[in-house]
Design a protein around this ligand. Structure first.
Ligand code: 3HC
Ligand code: NAI
Length: 706
């Protein structure tokens, strides 16, 4: 047998074990090895049945995703080895039992379904997550799954891509038995038992009594499609997955798998799949930091403190207690503290209402908070996260106060969205323990955590922060200490252009609609209203001195601020609000037109394409500077920041990959054009120019210092 797959026998049962760490992906050699094992078992008369099991921490987690890129780039030819293996398994005259622990995902579940029976341990999961990579199950999963669990459940699993627990899989008919105790022992016993049956092994493709009632299926699928339209807006694969699953009830298996293969191919070669695969690997790449390894010491984080129980402090506290880490929550006075605690309770109450939590869960989590108005209570915590008002003097004062009480090895983190971490650190006697932990609002929901490295932040503190991000179920991205760090630094130009195009003739709802259709979670002006026009105004005051005299700056946002139109919080901003519903406001449109006329701004017909180019290329041009300056380690780090923190569509791969896919020569050409027509703000980033002229991409760019 190959190194990837081993073979042994136990009391007349052949045990085929896959050893392809870390997740037993179906890399080249694995299907071949399984096939050899099956062949060996078939030709051995002493063998009555077969168990297929994963070595290490999991069953098979799917096809080897790295291989997809090789196929789409033409480096490798598509192979049918895996498909042939699945027929070999299903047509095997001796019963085969898949023994599942960890996860059976994608091609892993497809393998298990081609076996005759499936047993699993209680804490394992199964699923068809292919849509998360922009593809559909491509190895007959869309046809075998509905034969086990019915059309509507299979459509849901294939279109949403979420895993289900082994217990649920058992209830749905996907798994035959939950094994208590040792999996291999249980699976061998099960295999010995089924071997005594007189009937030939059950083939999944021949099961036809579980599809469900056509009418009920249709209703369920319609509901599913409506949900998918919101959840996976703009994505092709989920609807294609449903189409493929629905075929199972109406089209002969052998015809349906040909159509499945066509759809799979169409999805695999799409830009959406490339974008989503880029984000899959990107999410894992961002945790790889030059100079930091498994051996880098970490500090234990058992107890935290959060200073400031406002919007962010409350959400940060929830993130910690949701992860089971107790939090000492500090405010300036009892009134503010009570307000903050009440807001946390209200957030949890909403989850209870939606059935996501029980009252008991809420009480257990609230019990992890120790409210205080006294710094002395922070003496024994391992990390303090500061989330007080944005302002350097206040932050420095608060940090020196924390420094005086916190234990010597406690990490001091600031949630500042713009301020200089080094200056904040200078207020303490432990700059090596000071770091930025920039959460995104709502902090208990948003997955991104920008971890801002100060010049003195130690490797130990960075490594601990990256691990902590995972514990908090966030994606931590290490960024440099510059104004706005990565995300907000790029967001400035993006918002600026969104406002400039308004002054040049676009309408508020046009800009937002175009960007929403592009795939952004919200349009830029709706985002400003959500974040607060006052917040943006305050930031502009801070950076005013950096803008050269006479330079064009957005005019209308300041006027909205002066009119007390702060956005959603005051019921009016770029829009007027009824509850959370944004309603276009003719007053604002008139204000924009008058302001532009008075400032002598020339109007033109702003096309949808121009709106996309002005806003997205502004992001990209700034992203190029960030990359060149080393403020982000790789371009994919910027992409992850934008997908997880700013609602950039994952299926476009983030702004830098989007630019790569458009072609940097084309992007550069437009940036140069905007520079000629718009001036100063559009000075092309040197790196963009260099890569465009040399035919390079951001994805390939590695900073020489890295
Ligand atoms: N192919 C290649 N590499 C994979 C992989 C896969 N299917 N799944 C995981 N990996 C790699 C990761 O990139 C990571 O590599 P790194 O250490 O170099 O960064 C390593 O394995 C460990 O992965 P995680 O850090 O994600 O480990 P976790 O324990 O946190 O999660 C998991 C394990 C739940 C299996 C998660 O890795 C996962 O969801 N994997 C993807 C599963 C998937 O999408 N399967 C379907 C593939 S498409 C398919 O099968 C098509 C079929 O229909 C033909
Ligand atoms: P907020 O105004 O909602 O809350 C600030 C809280 O800090 C108030 O409750 C105040 O009483 C408290 N506070 C002030 N001084 C204190 C002290 N000495 N000790 C204890 N508590 C004190 O502000 P918000 O929005 O939560 O912002 C906090 C920080 O988070 C700021 O630095 C901001 O830039 C940053 N941030 C804000 C985001 C947002 O979307 N609101 C997003 C990311 C970061």
């Amino acid at each position: 047998m190959s190194e990837l797959v081993s073979y042994e026998t136990r009391d007349g049962v052949a045990v085929i074990t896959i050893n392809n760490p870390p997740v037993n992906a179906l890399s080249p050699g694995v299907p071949e090895g399984i096939g050899d094992g099956v062949q060996q078992a078939v030709s051995d008369d002493t063998i009555k049945s077969i168990v297929l099991i994963g070595g290490g921490r999991t069953f098979i987690a799917g096809a080897d995703i790295k291989e997809f890129g090789k196929v789409t780039s033409g480096e490798k030819k598509p192979s049918d080895v895996f498909h042939l293996l699945l027929f070999q398994l299903e047509d095997c005259p001796k019963p085969i039992v898949a023994a599942i622990h960890g996860t059976a995902l994608g091609g892993g579940l497809e393998t298990a379904m081609a076996c005759h029976y499936r047993v699993a341990v209680e804490n394992s999961h199964v699923g068809q997550p292919e849509v998360k990579l922009g593809i559909i199950p491509g190895a007959m999963g869309t046809q075998r799954l509905p034969r086990l669990c019915g059309i509507s459940k299979a459509a849901e699993m294939c279109a949403k891509g979420d895993m289900v627990t082994a217990r649920d899989a058992c209830d749905f008919g996907i798994v035959d038995k939950i094994v208590e105790g040792d999996l291999l022992e249980g699976a061998v016993a099960f295999a010995s038992e089924v071997a005594t049956s007189d009937t030939p092994p059950r083939k999944t493709r021949e099961i036809s009594d579980r599809f469900g009632q056509p009418q009920a299926n249709q209703a369920a699928v319609e509901k599913l499609k409506a949900g998918i339209a919101k959840r996976a807006r703009g994505q092709i694969a989920p609807l294609k997955a449903i189409e493929a699953v629905e075929m199972a009830a109406t089209t002969p298996f052998m015809d349906a798998i040909k159509k499945e293969a066509d759809i799979f191919k169409e999805c695999l070669y799409s830009d959406q799949s490339k974008g989503l695969i880029h984000i899959f690997f990107g999410e894992r790449t961002v945790s790889k930091i030059p100079g930091i390894s498994k051996e880098t010491p970490r500090r234990a984080i058992e107890k935290a403190a959060v200073v400031g129980a406002g919007t962010m402090g409350g959400g940060i506290t929830m993130s910690y207690i949701n992860a089971g880490i107790p939090v000492c929550l500090k405010e300036v006075n009892q009134e503010q503290l009570d307000k903050g605690l009440e807001r946390i309770r209200q957030n949890y109450a909403a989850s209870v209402k939606r059935g996501r939590m029980t009252e008991d869960d809420v009480e257990q989590r609230m019990a992890l908070i120790t409210p205080t108005v006294d710094y002395a209570s922070l003496a024994d915590v391992d990390i303090v996260v500061e989330a007080v008002f944005e302002g350097m003097e206040l932050k420095k004062k608060v940090f020196s106060e924390i420094d005086a009480v916190a234990k010597p090895d406690a990490i001091l983190a600031s949630n500042t969205s713009t301020l200089n971490i080094d200056e904040i650190a200078s207020a303490t006697k432990r700059p090596e323990s000071v770091i930025g932990h920039h959460f995104f609002s709502p902090a208990n929901v948003m997955k991104l955590l920008e971890i801002v490295r100060g010049k003195a932040s130690s490797d130990e503190v960075i490594a601990t922060s990256m691990d902590l991000a995972k514990r908090l179920r966030k994606v931590g991205v290490l960024v440099g200490n510059c104004f706005g760090f990565v995300g907000n630094r790029m967001f400035g130009p993006y918002l600026r252009e969104a406002q400039f195009v308004l002054e040049e003739g676009a309408r508020v709802e046009q800009v937002d609609q175009v960007m929403y259709d592009f795939g952004m979670a919200m349009g830029p002006l709706a985002v400003s209203d959500l974040a607060g026009i006052d917040v943006g105004w305050r930031i502009r005051q801070e950076i005013k001195h950096l803008i050269p005299e006479g330079m064009r700056t957005p005019l209308v946002a300041d006027k909205l601020y002066e009119m007390d139109r702060y956005g959603q919080k005051t019921g009016a901003g770029w829009y007027k609000y009824e509850g959370r519903d944004a309603i276009p406001d003719s007053t604002v449109q008139e204000l924009i037109e008058t302001t532009a006329r008075e400032a002598g701004i020339e109007k033109h017909d702003v096309s949808d394409q121009e709106i996309i180019e002005r806003t997205v290329y502004a992001l990209v041009n700034e992203g190029a500077r960030i990359l060149e300056e080393g403020m982000a380690l790789r371009s994919v780090d910027i992409d992850i920041v934008y997908v997880y923190g700013y609602g950039f569509p994952a299926w476009r791969g983030g702004p830098m990959m989007y630019a790569d896919s458009v072609g940097l020569d084309k992007v550069y050409e437009r940036v140069r054009h905007f520079h000629e027509t718009q001036g100063f703000w559009w000075e092309p980033a040197p790196l963009l120019k260099e890569l465009a002229e040399s035919g390079g991409t951001f994805g390939q760019f590695v900073q020489s210092a890295n």
